[in-house]
Design a protein around this ligand. Structure first.
Ligand code: SF4
Length: 427
């Protein structure tokens, strides 16, 4: 079966020629990705359709041969890739990288139909609204020069000129063109950034995000098209982790598995990890907000949001998320035929039922917490949320149980047993 992935990152090196004070990666390390790791990753992903391949570091321009190796590897295996995003600090030029980008642009022309299919699958028009300069475009290669926090002003113009490849499928963007930090919506406070938080402006402090990347990243999609909906990166030492901003230190305790331990079972390994960390991406956002608020409170950063009441309300929510997580793990073996999304809906409905029994929502404060809990675990639209009640929860639970049972019956091989199972199910 064909698999889809939203974004796969390659942390090609942990070396860097700069030492930016805001760096979320922390201090550079003397480590490059090996060609073995690249081959293994591409072999595991050879049947994937990947919307974005992100090349990062450290500074990936320090390892042009590895950039070339990844691009040649993709082309050799004819992996369908929508866009390659090359993220650089804009201090180094490389002919090898420039040639690789042009080679990829040629390859991209040969997979035009597949790219269009990918664009529809990932609804690219919608997602590119974040990138001001990319609106309405679906470039095959993006050279992204990061400028916010880097000491790169001296070479910036030279690099920009050097990589200005004239091709309709090519885009050169700077972070300024992506928008301000405030537009992007969050600041990852990891690595070096955490040490210098007192240099953030008031607005920036309100956007702090502390990574909580332990959550289910599989979206079921239509029919038989499940996909990886969040960036998965392979670090220079082969450890696979969620996102691409995580500090080198943090990766060591938060990785899913090592790519070198895969045996044509990349999807299976990710899926297993998701069932071990089954909270939804919405709930994960709440955990990140909670961690951010708590961090600000503990650092005596007195912002409106950070007063004690807010923290207490978020603590309640956080506890509910913990219970919700435990129940997802508990119910998965009981309802094994439900997808990640379906089980999520079942458990939210189940917990609501339990709370309704205790008249939890009779108090206004609890009602707000409950509504935030449903909002942050299901991602339902505001109108739908307003209609969520006891009856909705009950219907949702029944619907999911029936769905699970129907699928269980479909799996029965013996026609007589199957007939009776249908009969009993409809009695
Ligand atoms: S932010 Fe980028 S350029 Fe700066 S030290 Fe970190 S990896 Fe290097």
């Amino acid at each position: 079966m064909r698999h889809y992935a939203d974004c796969i990152g390659f942390e090609l090196t942990r070396r860097c020629n700069l030492h930016c004070k805001w760096c979320s990666k922390g201090d550079a390390q003397n480590m490059d990705m090996t060609k073995e790791i690249i081959d293994k990753t591409l072999d595991e992903l050879s049947d994937y359709w990947i919307d974005v391949v992100r090349l990062t570091g450290g500074e990936p321009s320090l390892v042009p041969e590895l950039v070339k190796y990844v691009i040649d590897g993709i082309i050799k295996r004819r992996i369908i890739v929508g866009t390659v995003q090359f993220i650089t600090n804009g201090t180094i030029t490389s002919d090898i990288i420039k040639k690789s980008s042009m080679k990829f642009l040629d390859y991209s022309n040969t997979i035009q139909d597949e790219r269009e299919e990918l664009a529809v699958f990932f609804d690219n028009e919608k997602r590119n609204t974040l990138y001001e300069s990319l609106k309405g475009k679906y470039p095959s290669w993006i050279t992204q020069i990061s400028t916010w926090e880097h000491d790169n002003e001296k070479t910036f113009d030279i690099v920009k000129k050097f990589y200005d490849i004239q091709n309709e499928k090519y885009n050169l963007i700077t972070q300024e063109e992506l928008g301000t930090r405030e537009d992007i919506g969050s600041i990852v406070i990891e690595g070096n950034a955490e040490k210098i938080y007192d240099q953030y402006s008031e607005n920036q402090l309100n956007l702090i995000r502390i990574l909580h990347n332990k959550f289910c990243i599989i979206e079921d999609g239509d029919g038989d098209k499940p996909y990886l909906k969040k960036t998965l990166s392979v670090s220079a030492n082969g450890k696979v982790y969620v996102g691409s901003c995580m500090s080198f230190n943090h990766i060591e305790s938060n990785y899913l598995f090592n790519i070198m331990d895969c045996n044509n079972d990349f999807w299976k390994k990710v899926d297993r990890w998701c069932w071990e960390n089954p909270i939804s991406s919405y709930a994960n956002k709440l955990m990140e907000r909670y961690k951010g608020i708590k961090w600000k409170y503990e650092h005596h950063i007195d912002r409106k949001l950070n007063n004690k009441d807010t923290l207490e309300a978020f603590e309640k929510l956080k506890n509910m998320i913990e219970v919700y997580r435990e129940n997802l793990i508990l119910f998965h073996p009981k309802l094994p035929y439900l997808s990640h999304t379906e089980l999520n809906l079942f458990v939210v409905a189940y917990l609501c039922q339990e709370l309704y029994k205790t008249a939890y929502e009779d108090n206004e404060e609890n009602r707000n917490v409950l509504s935030m809990f449903i909002d942050y675990t299901t991602g339902l639209h505001k109108d739908e949320l307003n209609h969520w009640n006891k009856q909705t929860s009950e219907n949702m639970m029944n619907m999911m149980i029936n769905r699970n049972n129907e699928r269980a019956i479909e799996k029965i091989d013996n026609p007589i047993k199957k007939f009776f199972a249908h009969l009993y199910a409809n009695m």
